[in-house]
Design a protein around this ligand. Sequence first.
Ligand SMILES: [Zn+2]
Length: 301
Amino acid sequence: MSKILFIIQVVLCVSAFAGGKINVVASIPDLGDMAMRIGGDKAKVIVLATGREDLHAVPVRPSFLPILNRADLLLTLGLDAEHSWLPALAAEARNAKIMEGRPGWIEVSEGIHVHDIPEILDRSEGEQHPEGNPHYNIGPQCGTSMANNIYKALLSAAPEHKDFLRANRDQYVRSVDTVITSLKQQSSALKGIPIIGYHEDLVYLCEFYGIKVIGYIEPKAGVSPTAGHLREIESLGREQGVKLIIHNQTQSPRIPEKLGKSLNCPIVEIANTVGAKKEITTWLELQLYNNRVLLEALKKL
Ligand SMILES: [Zn+2]
């Protein structure tokens, strides 16, 4: 190859990289939404799971592999929330950048105060939260940490866009603060109410509102309840005057309805990811939606 041709090729290669977008893949829509807000036109964001799917068990589609093969960053909830489908897929995509443990595999949980960390890692019964509760994405209080982690990831992939990314991050964090203030102002009625949840995805949401979770329909995350467990939870609910039964969009309302009837309290379907309902297209809308359905359910009491 002539020296001139070599120089031309190097220049073209550098220009293509500098002018290209950061290829971001997000495991769930919440992370994709934040990456779009912060990355703006410097990032191309593709989300793998839809909001109607259980984030612990997303059906793998053939289209995922070429998407992951081209990724610069893979945003995950982390805490092994996606362990049943994502690490193997990232390994199969033949892209060393985004394999689990590599710099492009981003766990957005970093710096979050994680709840429910088990003393012993155990997946023997299909445990879905082996490293602690990964559903911080529905806690309004976790939004700023999530946004910061996504900003840092984007910055590591494209440090030349630092000012742009930082300005977007700052603007987004201000909108998170505004929504949090408004949610707090509206939600005093939720403080201290006892509830029963279905899956252990409520801890961060309930922490924010001061809601008291007295038990879950699933005895362990992802484990179906036995008749004995349901009898225990019903008796606990009666004893503690439970006010709401809460499940998410991926779960059948059959058991919550039966329990609600027996305990004479309303059931609420919350959204545990962006996209759970057509109208929830952003992370901020997710927070407003959950606030609204919880308050509406209280009015039925
Ligand atoms: Zn879970």
